[in-house]
Design a protein. Structure first.
Length: 255
């Protein structure tokens, strides 16, 4: 099965449609797991899952099948989620410039879209393509690029194109960059069968940012230190309605 550039452009448009659906759907956690792999679609018989999502997206079932094929072979897409801080208290400023804090990290269904495509015969290691909310700074210093190169230092990875559609507001303590970086680690581990344990993924994530390890498992935690010491808690806000209001103010994590 060969996908030429025209199909790739159409496919990327499809991926953006998927992101739009996920952003509006209450079933965002289950959507990706329900997409079949290509091995599940070896015949042209009607696949219930393909029909279900192709009708929602108003596209042909063949695009679902292309998605399934690329998911297994040369492509993967995931949707990094934001977090909120419940009861955030900054307790002191440290000599190193960081702040100690007490807070609860809780994952919420507000997402970016992160896509990795193997770049055949490329003369670069990874190339970042950004869309959506504007991101300042050099793309080479973006956390998803740093996550790729962190693993590439220890594992053999092929060159890739990274498509990052930014939807989560920045400068609001929602963990947007940390989530993208940690999901990048998770996706590369799965996509290329690296066999990295959850504990080791958390160790890699900690090298990218204090709160990055939180997004490896995305379970609610009581966080202390500089937001890098996690204590598991039992907290479920299911059934509650959450409004996230972001004023037109950027708050620097460092400052």
């Amino acid at each position: 099965m060969h996908l030429d550039n025209d199909y790739r452009e159409k496919y990327y448009g499809f991926a953006k449609k998927v992101f739009t659906l996920i952003a509006k759907s209450s079933s965002y956690l289950t959507f990706y797991s329900l997409i079949p792999t290509y091995s599940d679609c070896v015949t042209e018989d009607t696949c219930t899952r393909c029909e279900k999502y192709s009708s929602k997206l108003d596209i042909s079932r063949s695009f679902i099948r292309i998605f399934a094929y690329r998911k297994k072979r040369r492509h993967m897409i995931t949707f990094p989620n934001a977090k909120i801080n419940i009861g955030l208290q900054v307790t002191e400023r440290r000599p190193d410039g960081y702040h100690n804090l007490d807070t609860v990290f809780y994952p919420i269904p507000l997402h970016d879209a992160l896509e990795v495509i193997v770049a055949k015969d490329a003369n670069y290691d990874c190339r970042l393509h950004l869309s959506g909310v504007e991101v300042a700074g050099d793309p080479d210093s973006n956390l998803v690029v740093r996550a790729y190169r962190l693993l590439a230092a220890d594992y053999t990875l092929p060159p890739v194109d990274i498509y990052l559609h930014k939807h989560i507001p920045t400068g609001a303590g929602l963990g947007v960059g940390s989530a993208d970086a940690s999901y990048m680690l998770r996706m590369l581990n799965e996509m290329f069968s690296l066999g990295i344990s959850t504990e080791n993924l958390e160790s890699y994530a900690a090298r990218l940012g204090a709160d990055c390890p939180f997004f490896i498992t995305c379970n609610p935690v009581y966080a202390t230190g500089i937001g890098n010491e996690f204590h598991p808690i039992t907290l479920n806000l299911g059934g509650w309605h959450l409004d996230v209001v972001k004023p037109d103010v950027f708050v620097s994590t460092k400052e």
